[in-house]
Design a protein around this ligand. Sequence first.
Ligand code: FAD
Length: 457
Amino acid sequence: MTSPHIVWFRQDLRLHDQPALLAAAQAGTVIPIYILDDETPGDWRMGAAQRWWLHHSLASLAKDLAALGSRLILRRGPVVKTLRAVMAETGAEAIHAVRHYEPWWRAAEEELADVLDLEDGNHLARPEWVTTGSGKPFRIYSAFWKGLQSHMPPGHPLDPPEALDAPADWPRSEALADWDLLPTRPDWSTGFDADWTPGEAAARERVANFRLRASAYDSARNLPSEEGTSRLSPHLHFGEVSVRAVWHSLDRHGDTETYRKELAWRDFTDGVVMALPDYADCNGRAAFDRMPWRGGREAQADLKAWKAGRTGYPIVDAGMRQLWATGWMHNRVRMIAASFLVKHLLIDWREGERWFWDCLLDADYGNNAVNWQWVAGTGIDANMFGRIMAPLSQSEKFDAGDYIRQWVGELSHLPDAAIHDPEEAGRRPRDYPAKIIGHREGRERALAAGKTIRGEG
Ligand code: FAD
């Protein structure tokens, strides 16, 4: 009898193009395992919205594994200890896993190095391969994209195994229902079901549908009222489809360079957090450690209004309500809402980043931190704090009003002329808040705060 091989699933919950699963299948009998670990990630334990996704995604993976004659073993606890315990229980000789770049996963991978076989599978190219001439990670995305080209196209996706050899004795598994991943009192996830179907089959279906409209992405992607983007982000985050499978699905589908460039952002952000593991907690530019962010009761009330979508800026409020109701927000509106928090309200970007972490189905350590720091202007890349987005002009430019009408019920009856700024048009309904700060006032306060650290960034 050969000893079994463990497949350690994390954010790679799929059977297609799953090199760790294939490596284990080729080596012998296979024990697939998922470990819910709320200790190892420290402050970055999985947020509430993602737990909803995880529940359904694990159920789907377990079903797909069962169809191959296998099972998904579920355990809770610190990953390293738990994996070592399962190895001892089963006599497994190795663990196979797809490489990850979150700092806590990298630390766990190091601790397990003596028994771990790591495979590439979640990126277009390994982030550590795409570096400057002097071997450093790129700080600017456009330079990264150029550097990535020498590794493109990525390898073709691998087929799933046809069957998996089961061990003579299965180790004990916990029951998914006992993990309480779904919200109950109150159940705030009711709006998620209408928009999302977690799991590999649904991810693959979304890829197949999107490729038909991928060539229109360039023109439609900035319009939040349209289904112009792929909405693959939670599927990609949980690895229900591999990024190289998405990449190759677009071959022969017209000009898709803009979309491919967005896909490559995932690789870029993992390169940043590989070089700067604390990027979700620390300013990329140290001068911002002295930034006079607002605190105290008034700022707390403003933060609460922002989270609830009650700032008096319809485009910001529409985005924040879409986030709460569906676990996702359109990218253009993420930028507007994030900029409003950091610049107009002068609230530390880390507050917004944490709220997104808890509410986003696609919350991702690298993507969230790098995008927040980019919008805030605190990051290692080129954006400047003094570049302030005007929420009202952004709203007029990118929304004909339909997006606001969909998400801000109090304004649904307003005509186009009043929808972006009902207060200015003298049409603000009583149940919709006045602006919590004027645009000019917010802008000037932000610029003045920025000046206090200018020249030291
Ligand atoms: P599409 O436009 O269809 O793009 C395809 C895929 O490319 C996305 O699914 C995503 O995996 C990747 N991608 C696209 N844009 C970006 C980007 N700017 N950065 C990194 N990857 C990108 N994205 C996350 O996946 N997780 C996050 O936690 C996250 N936090 C964000 C926070 C802020 C403040 C901002 C401004 C953006 C954030 N993004 C995050 C990036 C982006 O908004 C989402 O990836 C995108 O809206 C997802 O929708 P989509 O799948 O339809 O994207």
